[in-house]
Ligand binder design. Structure first.
Ligand code: ZN
Length: 294
């Protein structure tokens, strides 16, 4: 039974096709993908033995709020760039078989849980990338919430000063996501950077100004992760997303010890995720292999 998995991220879309395991996995720009969905799927199928008519199951992960009934999702990062407010998946994927849409962090925790080798029934995945979100499996049960939008922990209030992209005040994401780091540096320290990469580069060269920005980011991550540990009491929290994956020594390593100081619960193990940028696509594979209960 052939399957098609599509991970639509803010910047890149990963498409995997296979049967049980993947036969091929390809990466495209999300802008290009959402403009020509069917052609891009054909492109992704080429290196495999699978044709569009062989596909019986489709799983899609969306980096943004989803409306499952209407089969629509609202990609906050994509829509700014493409002028698209929403993507109607029913129309784009018509005739390709049964479709399941899940949040990208929910998919990532499923991928890590089933294929990441973590050996625990209480696992939380947190992404730190252009935004911040989480997925959780507690006592072996996937938590999704009433609309499948459980994962929005980046919009948890951890401080008071900065305004978040969502309009809220003091949200975790406003202090620590890749997209918001330059804004945070500007508003709190009057420091100008073009992007987060520049901040990390200067920090790695020992620049004392960049150090202030990184310390503030680390504080936010410690508070956010401590809240997650207090709320969900997991054995293990794994981190993914470009900011964590590209700077594990700055973003991930300082966390475990400091979370211990703040969390009421016994400290979870904190580590980098096992599957790198493929956690989400492997979660979709888990969905297609019948490991998603909805
Ligand atoms: Zn927010």
């Amino acid at each position: 039974m052939a399957f098609l998995c599509i991970d639509i991220g803010g910047t890149n879309t990963i498409v995997g096709v296979g049967n049980g395991d993947f036969e091929s996995v390809a990466k495209y720009s999300t802008g290009e993908f959402v403009e020509n969905v069917r052609e891009m799927i054909d492109e992704a199928l080429k290196p495999s033995h699978i044709q569009q008519e062989d596909i019986e199951q489709v799983a899609v992960a969306a980096a943004g709020p989803i409306d499952r009934e209407k089969m629509v999702f609202y990609p906050p990062n994509v829509s700014d760039k493409q002028g698209l407010e929403k993507i109607n998946l029913e129309k784009a994927l018509a005739g390709l078989g049964e479709i399941t849409i899940i949040n990208d962090c929910t998919s990532a925790v499923l991928g890590e849980y089933h294929y990441g080798g973590h050996k625990t029934d209480n696992l939380v995945y947190v992404t730190i990338s252009s935004g911040i979100g989480a997925g959780a499996i507690i006592q072996g049960q996937l938590i999704e919430g009433k609309d499948g939008n459980f994962a929005e922990v980046g919009h948890m209030e951890i401080s008071t000063e900065l305004e978040c992209g969502c309009g809220g005040q003091g949200h975790w994401e406003a202090y620590a996501s890749g997209e918001n780091l330059p804004k945070m540096a500007d508003q709190l320290f009057d420091l100008k950077y073009d992007n987060a990469v520049e901040i990390f580069e200067q920090y790695n060269r020992g620049d004392s100004q960049a150090q202030k920005v990184i310390s503030q980011m680390q504080e936010a991550n410690i508070q956010g992760l401590s809240n997650v540990a207090t709320l969900y009491d997991p054995d293990k929290i794994v981190l993914g997303g470009a900011v964590a994956l590209n700077h594990p020594e700055t973003v991930v390593e300082p966390l475990e010890e400091r979370v211990e100081e703040r969390s009421v619960n016994s400290t979870p193990e904190v580590d980098l995720c096992s599957l790198g940028e493929k956690s989400v696509i492997h979660g979709l594979r888990a969905v297609c292999n019948g490991k998603h209960s909805n």
